[in-house]
Design a protein around this ligand. Structure first.
Ligand code: DCP
Length: 565
């Protein structure tokens, strides 16, 4: 029989607040709220202790807690352009657009760090600030190593040196339903998962300065419930025998997929907790929701789920959008909005390039307009402006979007504009094409155009006066194309080999955890100065440097050490 799975759910604490507090150097003890226009969209734990909650109006929150500091989310398009500081001064919803790029970047950094450490784990990004991690393979490895170590020496009292039994392994975790069972293989595996969770959280804290909470359980559903149970900066372990007790009183809104419409329908049947649904006559659930859905619901309310942790595919498109409070036919204003949206899209494309080394080939305009301004939702696509060293300029994107808008029908008056980037292709292909174009005598300024056939119809301002690329990839002979693809594969293999090269110098034996709730203390001291989590590069040239000289990064084994031989 396959060994029981060990799944972690890691959730950042008051995420947007932490990002802003780190950026502005505000201590965690100061009550902070992140606002978007006049509403709070995130509040930190000091503010929560003072009675402030998300979705309060800023004015009301400040009356409640005069010490509350509010930080406005970054905005694009304003007079100061960036919304760097506190407060609402100069924030004007009619001319500015909220931009979440700061939080996306922090999210990418955190996930990159987790990947760099837990190489053998499967990591699924669940949202901007939460991941599921299947650490089953790591647990197998660690338990095998310990068993091997035990075979060569005196049997140790527990699974970790310097600690007593399973609770040494799971030290720092809140265990639901009482002590772990020393004789249970499942509990041993979960305890090992807890040690991994503690160390991952420690790395995030130490390397990037963010606290997070974790749930450790045998499936995703339970791990997610668990991570929310003891926030902030703690982790919660759910042994299987504690599941019935945990589920019986669990409010349905805390169970994934049971909020919203389904929650309302179940409430109408008299069920507000998972336990009540479990006790509800199955036939009644089947009659109301159908056989399949009822079966799924009954599994979920009993804490059963076999949903795998899956690596999410890279995003297939990225979008920047703005809805207007009132319809507009002002073309100058629309042009200005395309600049604002272009700024956001350009930034995201650059980050994406940093992370995935790819370029989008298509720019799509979506709009709502015509009639009274709300009548149609349409879109029109065209080629993404060609790439310079840093991607298409904001002007180039704005100009291309305006061109699409002018070619589109029923655009005015308009109540919504969106531009999106699609059709990603490895950047190496476009770069290689540039080199080929140059090789064949194409003009250098245009040599980094999009791939074959995507000669932009509009001339981006960044390359005004330049000629369209003289050659497309199809025009290059087959042998050369084959070599190009080979080069790309070599580059990709090279890039992905980086984290394997863990320096032996940071291999240390797992030390005792010195504090039950502060995971940074779980870190081996050598890790504390290691900069694995800062590998994310924010511009193309840095990325290229990274490709050229992959930095050695620590693996989980090297960070956490192996069993004493
Ligand atoms: N967010 C938002 N609007 C919402 C919910 C969340 O803009 N309706 C943003 C702000 C949050 C971030 O997403 O910081 C993550 O949402 P969470 O629900 O995970 O909440 P927090 O991380 O803020 O707090 P917690 O520690 O309770 O998870």
């Amino acid at each position: 029989m396959a060994a029981a799975r060990v799944i972690l759910h890691i959730d950042l604490d008051c995420f947007y607040c932490q990002v802003e507090q780190k950026r502005l150097g505000i201590p965690a003890s100061v009550p902070v709220g992140v606002q978007q226009w006049q509403g709070l969209i995130a509040v930190n734990y000091a503010a929560r202790a003072a009675g402030i909650s998300r979705h309060m109006r800023v004015q009301e929150a400040k009356q409640h807690c005069p010490d509350l500091k509010t930080v406005h989310v970054q905005t694009l398009g304003g007079s100061d352009g960036n919304g760097e500081e506190y407060g609402t001064a100069n924030r004007d919803k009619s001319t500015e657009k909220a931009c979440l790029e700061r939080y996306r970047r922090a999210s990418v950094q955190i996930i990159s760090l987790l990947h760099s450490i837990a190489e053998k784990a499967v990591i699924e990004k669940a949202s901007i600030d939460e991941v599921y991690i299947d650490v089953s393979a790591l647990v197998d490895q660690e338990l095998q190593e310990r068993a091997a170590a035990d075979a060569h020496g005196p049997r140790r009292a527990g699974l970790r040196d310097g600690t007593e039994g399973l609770h040494g392994f799971a030290w720092g975790s809140v265990v639901v339903g009482g002590p772990l069972d020393e004789g249970s293989e499942c509990d041993q595996r979960l305890a090992c998962g807890a040690a991994i969770a503690c160390r991952l959280r420690g790395a995030v804290r130490e390397q990037l300065g963010f606290t997070c909470s974790a749930g450790i359980a045998g499936n995703k559903l339970l791990a997610k419930i668990a991570s929310a149970m003891n926030k902030p900066n703690q982790q919660t372990l759910v042994p299987s025998r504690a599941v019935p007790g945990l589920m019986s009183d669990l409010p349905l809104k805390k169970l994934r997929n049971f909020g919203g419409k389904l929650g309302i329908e179940l409430e109408a049947l008299g069920c507000t907790t998972a336990g009540e649904v479990a006790q509800h006559p199955q036939a009644a659930l089947e009659a109301r929701f159908g056989l399949q859905r009822a079966a799924w619901m009954l599994q979920a309310v009993n804490g059963i789920s076999d949903e795998p942790v899956q690596v999410r595919e890279k995003v297939k498109s990225m979008l920047a959008a703005k809805s207007f409070d009132a319809p507009t036919s002002d073309l100058a204003a629309i042009k200005r909005w395309f600049r604002v949206l272009g700024e956001e899209l350009s930034d995201r494309m650059l980050n994406d390039y940093s992370e995935h080394h790819r370029h989008p080939r298509t720019l799509t305009l979506s709009y709502r307009g015509g009639g009274n301004g709300y009548s149609t939702d349409r879109s029109k696509a065209g080629p993404m402006p060609r790439f310079g060293k840093e991607g298409p300029t904001i002007d180039a994107i704005a100009e291309a979007a305006m061109t699409l808008f002018q070619k589109a029908t029923e655009t005015l008056p308009c109540t919504r504009l969106a531009i999106s980037a699609h059709d990603f292709t490895p950047a190496a292909l476009t770069e290689q094409q540039g080199a080929i174009t140059k090789f064949f005598g194409g003009p250098a300024a245009t040599s980094s155009a999009g791939v074959a056939g995507d000669i932009p119809q509009s001339t981006p301002s960044s390359s005004k006066g330049s000629q369209p690329s003289a050659f497309s990839l199809e025009e290059v002979d087959i042998e050369r194309q084959r070599r190009i693809l080979q080069d790309i594969r070599v580059q990709q293999a090279f890039a992905s080999r980086g984290p394997d090269a863990a320096p032996d110098s940071i291999s240390v034996h797992p030390g005792a955890i010195s504090h039950p709730v502060d995971p940074q203390k779980c870190l081996p001291s050598k890790l504390q100065s290691h900069s694995a989590g800062t590998a994310l590069m924010h511009n193309a040239s840095n990325k290229r440097k990274r490709l050229d000289s992959p930095r050695k990064q620590p693996t989980l084994t090297s960070l956490f050490g192996r069993s004493k031989k």
